[in-house]
Design a protein around this ligand. Structure first.
Ligand SMILES: [Zn+2]
Length: 132
């Protein structure tokens, strides 16, 4: 997060962690107007989270470290490792905040696959198992 909250926090006396520089919520002080997820958005995030867990369980043993996703903010491809993907989705589900713009540091593109690839891979594995 690179939000500049400036003096906004000074006007929020009810924040019990206002004096704690390590409080992760401090950077989010200006988000009082955050809309909670709609039920369909929440549903979608839960589905994505379940997908990510399945992708990880099948792809991580193949040496895949995460997914490459197009960033809705800047339109570029960003690399997200499994923990980051899961963390982002959980945060969105729990707190109604959008995905954090925080790609992995200096990723090796060969270690990441697209969502569609992961989906296809999982479907292929399931088909193979069902036809045995
Ligand atoms: Zn971006």
């Amino acid at each position: 997060m690179r939000h500049s909250v400036g003096s906004v926090l000074d006007d929020v006396p009810r924040d019990p962690f206002a004096d704690d520089p390590n409080d992760p919520a401090a950077a989010l002080g200006e988000l009082d107007n955050t809309e909670p997820l709609t039920s369909s958005e929440r549903e979608e995030a839960l589905t994505d989270l379940a997908d990510v867990e399945v992708f990880r369980s099948l792809l991580e043993p193949q040496g895949i470290l995460g997914l490459v996703l197009e960033c809705p903010e800047c339109g570029e491809q960003h690399y997200f490792d499994w923990d980051l993907l899961r963390g982002n989705l959980r945060q969105m589900i729990d707190e109604g905040r959008p995905q954090v713009h925080e790609p992995a540091f200096l990723p090796n593109p060969a270690d990441y696959v697209t969502w569609d690839y992961a989906r296809g891979y999982v479907d292929g594995v399931i088909d193979t198992e069902e036809s045995r």
